[in-house]
Design a protein around this ligand. Structure first.
Ligand SMILES: [Zn+2]
Length: 332
């Protein structure tokens, strides 16, 4: 549940492919779109309430106003949560519908599959709205594990996101799904991305991607706090629950070798670029830059690629702001 990137799948991951029961094709009563019930981004943010707790996956009354009915798009019409940008199942069964509605509460085993389909599809739609048709433009495999490990991870060998459970089910917090999708984005742009600094850059970008996806639906409620709902089980008693933040004042001198910690140096730089240039311009630059990354770039090499992308996309004024964001972290 700690958003760890694992290079190897958990043993339980294999179960996902052994027991995909309940997949009889429903009547094709709908094509392309369906209704889904989701959190967006999560109940803590939506309800602006840090006192909410998991309560063993109960669908309790105080959470009801956090649900949102959304349109699931790009479905293939099979009745399963399969479409142009996401292909979602659980370990025990794949969510299905014969009437175009996927309206389950959080205590239902299929709820996290619906949120996963929605989160991944929204992310890819946003990427394409920025003008990119070559950034993980494929049906991303997601396995929302009811019986799996207690953390979420992206497995580059299988190009699969596993959404774990334990405490709050990870799939109930879209920021967790968006973080993992960040790994899928980078591995698509630079196959095999990772390594000494690459892993920290990967975690930092994942956190940043969660932030930039969540910001428009956060209503201004502490958008720099990542996974506010998933982390209520880990930060009991704290006034604010964040797995990590993207606005910490860390520099390269604060590196300690823990990739999620050190990633917050990188995510803070991206956060500053976002605030200096605006969401869409920043994200065009950040995504474009990643095509120029090596498999394991240093912070400085990745930063310079981002400065270069700023120059080509937004001109010299943007270069100055992007360079400053990295200078403030001691990266350039
Ligand atoms: Zn990660």
């Amino acid at each position: 549940m700690r958003l760890r990137r694992r290079m190897v799948a958990l043993a339980v991951g294999a179960l996902a492919f052994i027991v995909p029961v309940l997949q009889a094709s429903p009547a094709q009563a709908f094509t392309g779109t369906a209704q889904g019930k989701v959190f967006e981004p999560n109940p803590v943010v939506t309800l602006r309430d840090e006192s909410l707790t998991d309560q063993k996956d109960a669908d309790y009354a105080a959470l009801q106003p956090a649900y949102k009915i959304v349109t699931l798009v790009k479905l293939d019409g099979s009745g399963l949560l399969r479409g142009d940008y996401a292909d979602v199942c659980g370990t025990k069964s794949c969510a299905s519908s014969s009437d175009g509605t996927y309206l389950f509460g959080r205590d239902h085993t299929w709820f996290e599959q619906v949120t996963s389909y929605y989160a991944v599809t929204q992310a890819q739609l946003y990427i394409q709205s920025l003008g990119f048709t070559n950034v993980n433009n494929e049906p991303q495999l997601v396995r929302a594990d009811q019986f799996g490990g207690d953390n979420s991870f992206y497995d580059p060998k299988k190009d699969t996101i596993t959404v774990g459970k334990g405490g709050v089910d990870d799939g109930e917090d879209l920021e967790v799904i968006w973080h993992e999708y960040g790994h899928a984005i980078q591995n698509d742009q630079v196959p095999g991305f990772g390594g000494t600094h690459g892993n920290s850059i990967g975690e930092g970008f994942g956190d940043y991607w969660a932030f930039t996806m969540s910001e428009p639906v956060s209503g201004g409620f502490d958008p720099a706090c990542i996974a506010d709902w998933d982390s209520v089980s880990y930060t009991v008693g704290d006034a604010v629950h964040c797995l990590r933040r993207v606005d910490l004042d860390l520099t390269v001198d604060d590196q300690d070798g823990r990739i999620h910690h050190d990633g917050q140096i990188w995510s803070r730089a991206l956060y500053d670029i976002h605030n200096a240039l605006g969401r869409e311009t920043a994200d065009r630059i950040i995504l474009q830059a990643q095509f120029a990354f090596g498999v394991d770039p240093s912070f400085a090499e990745a930063a310079q690629a981002t400065v270069d992308a700023a120059r080509s996309i937004a001109g010299q004024g943007a270069v100055v702001k992007v360079r400053k964001a990295f200078q403030d972290r001691g990266i350039l």
